[in-house]
Design a protein around this ligand. Structure first.
Ligand code: NAP
Length: 309
């Protein structure tokens, strides 16, 4: 498939294929340290570019530093690509993330990313999180300074609700939002609608619900079968229905990458969407609640048995 046959959208001042690649999986366990096969990770990044992927999402905190370094080693000087990185988290160890969005911390983080990516200007620099201890205006204000200094081209924010987005936009020229969105995690739909209305890009993270949707529900299976597609491809197509949406599935597997890219052409019907949303989203929640109820009932029975003994 060539990039011209793929769904395209605007990010900043560029038109891009809307299926990107997340690089969080290209690290060790707990998003910490090197991946088990660094050469394989570099080959995967090159294969993605070969397949027409243009948006590569990374962060200084993936590793930390690992994913940005691998990107440079595999793809520098990034001809025709858009590298989106993020700052705002300090890492203490595997699975440990601490928000630090003080302006001076973001300044230092950005300088580190510039050095690791070996660029003079970062295409899209995203505030990774809203720090509960720092007003969002101060954090995005620091990104505006970086933009003025020519260190970053465009500003994005991550993990924001509508109110935080409005505050960030009042303080900076924000072009994108990166929030979690998938068939089973739809709490960001109001933010997606805002992005559609106001011409911002919405970059959906965990569009495969961390891989869970690639195994997926019965409804996904039925829709996938009808289209001769996989469950993962249907899940990505559901995200990409929105003209504002970009999806950045993460993978460390070349065959999964190829499958995800092949699915970008898939178009769902209104009927597919109705079935998916009813069965997958509410069905998933109902199943989860049922599981929880069964577990509680099991515990209660065990407690009763204990008392009766
Ligand atoms: N802004 C934020 O706060 C934030 C937070 C988390 C993530 N992100 C970004 O979003 C990206 C994606 O999120 P994510 O990686 O957490 O979740 P995801 O994309 O929903 O799921 C990734 C998982 O799905 C599996 N997978 C991918 N394609 C598959 C396929 N075709 N068939 C079966 N399994 C498949 C991968 O396993 P394999 O490796 O085996 O393929 C991996 O375990 C990250 O890489 C990162 O760039 C941003």
């Amino acid at each position: 498939m060539t990039s011209s046959t793929r769904a395209e959208g605007r990010l900043g001042d560029r038109t891009l294929s809307r299926l990107g690649l997340g690089t969080m999986s290209l690290t060790g366990c707990g998003t910490w340290g090197d991946p088990p096969d660094p050469a394989g990770a570099r080959a995967l990044l090159r294969r993605a570019a070969e397949l027409g992927v243009r948006l590569f999402d990374t962060a200084d905190s993936y590793g930390p530093e690992t994913a940005e370094r691998l990107l440079r080693e595999a793809l520098h000087p990034y001809d025709g690509l858009l590298v989106a990185t993020k700052g705002g988290f300090r890492r203490l160890g595997p699975h440990e993330w601490v928000a630090d969005c003080r302006p001076e911390a973001l300044q230092a983080a950005c300088v580190g990313s510039l050095r690791r990516l070996q660029v003079e200007r970062i295409d899209l620099y995203q505030l990774h999180v809203v720090d509960a201890c720092v007003p969002v205006e101060e954090s995005v204000g620091a990104l505006t300074d970086l933009q003025r200094e020519g260190k970053i081209r465009d500003i994005g924010v991550c993990n924001v609700d509508e109110y935080q987005l409005a505050r960030a936009r009042a303080a900076a020229d924000v072009v994108s939002v990166q929030n979690r969105l998938s068939l089973v995690e739809q709490s960001s739909l109001p933010v997606l609608r805002r992005c559609e209305r106001d011409g911002l890009a919405f970059i959906a993270w965990a569009p495969l619900a961390k891989g869970m949707l690639a195994a997926g529900s019965q409804a996904l299976g039925r829709v996938a079968k009808r289209h001769g597609a996989t469950r993962g491809q249907v899940s990505l197509a559901w995200v990409l229905r929105s003209p504002a949406a970009f999806a950045i599935p993460g993978t460390a597997s070349v065959s999964h990458l190829e499958e995800n890219v092949r699915g970008e052409r898939l178009e769902l019907t209104e009927d597919d969407v109705r079935k998916l949303e009813r069965d997958s989203f509410y069905g998933y929640r109902a199943r989860r609640l049922a599981r929880k109820a069964r577990a509680q009932a099991g515990k209660a029975k065990a407690a009763v048995r204990q008392v009766m003994r």
